[in-house]
Design a protein. Structure first.
Length: 325
């Protein structure tokens, strides 16, 4: 089949996330008779509107899957020392299996110090250096344990990307994977996971010269830079798999016209809400792809599902119900 003319496959993040959440709910039900209810504590500092939306939906999903959750909302003025105290208390609590500190934090607190204070076995974001190091050394092998049998808590968004690829039967081994973006939350761990899955990995970023020369070689392109429609049709290899991590809110009619010409459903949504979201990949590039994750409804849907899985994995591991053989 000529990939230029084939209709691209839409990788439905909502459906894949629903499958994972059903698996997690099943694991939670199995823990019930053992007297175990997995518990997640979410710390949300101050009042960043986007963070409030994310955190609310994390807490809501916990409720749907039978996971206990607790939202802790310190004021913007909290100090690093006070946060360390709070984290120490959560580390010591038997009923809390996962601790998530919603980022970004106010500039006056020492984010790195706080992330390192979370007990690695409760670090459901996978941001602690121990978990980041384990990911690099041992790889991500799906939603339970790493190859060595040790607890593998991997960052949720890149873990979600791997689940989309695997559950959609998109081959990774031997393929050229290009990641645009080198953040600690997405780009770096995504590159490491793709490498562990035997892709040939290139990481591009804001200082990369002639970025398109790399992206045009990509069989799998992961865009995680936070710039609306950054990847244009001329930058992709026809038939490639495009994974769009960007969630960029646009509020100008001119941008809607640029990204979604002739898309009446999108125009109606924009007229109603005054904004809409576009990814890091220009929608015109999707038409040339073999498969792509839409925005919204792609990678974003997986992040919370993977957080739920990490919470249950942490509960099972810490309370010794995971087979560590
Ligand atoms: N802010 C944006 N993405 C994330 C994430 O995955 N985890 C946390 N804790 N904060 C975020």
């Amino acid at each position: 089949m000529n990939p230029h003319t084939a209709t691209p496959r839409i990788l439905d993040g909502i459906a894949i996330a629903a499958g994972i959440k059903a698996e997690v709910a099943h694991q939670v039900r199995q823990l019930g008779p053992q007297g175990i209810t997995p518990g997640l504590a979410v710390i949300l500092v101050g009042d960043v509107p986007a963070s409030q939306i994310y955190v609310r939906s994390k807490v809501k999903t916990c409720g749907e899957l039978g996971i206990y959750s607790e939202m802790i909302t310190p004021p913007e003025t909290i100090t690093t020392e006070e946060m360390l105290d709070l984290i120490a208390k959560l580390n010591a609590r038997e009923d809390i299996d996962g601790i998530l500190i919603q980022l970004p934090l106010p500039a006056h607190v020492d984010t790195r110090r706080l992330l390192e204070a979370v007990a690695p076995e409760k670090d459901v974001d996978g941001f602690h250096p121990i978990n980041a190091g384990r990911l690099l050394a041992e790889g991500y092998s799906g939603a339970t344990t790493s190859r060595s049998g040790k607890l593998a808590l991997a960052p949720c968004t890149p873990a979600g990307i791997m689940e989309i690829l695997r559950r959609s039967d998109i081959p990774i081994a031997g393929k050229n994977a290009v990641v645009i973006g080198r953040s600690d939350i997405v780009g770096k761990p995504a590159a490491s996971m793709l490498l562990n899955a035997s892709a040939t990995v290139t990481v591009c970023h804001s200082r990369t010269h002639n970025l398109a020369r790399f992206t045009r070689e990509a069989d799998i392109l992961v865009a995680a830079i936070g710039r609306s429609g950054f990847v244009t049709p001329d930058m992709i290899k026809p038939g490639a798999t495009l994974i769009d991590v960007g969630i960029n809110r646009i509020t100008d009619q001119s941008q809607v016209d640029e990204f979604f010409p002739g898309d009446e459903a999108r125009a109606a949504l924009f007229a109603k809400r005054g904004s809409t979201v576009v990814g890091d990949i220009h929608p015109a590039a999707f038409a040339l792809s073999g498969a792509y994750t839409p925005v919204p409804g792609g990678v974003g849907a997986l992040t919370i599902a993977m957080l739920m899985q990490n919470t249950v994995t942490a509960a099972r591991s810490r309370r010794s119900t995971l087979d560590r053989a």
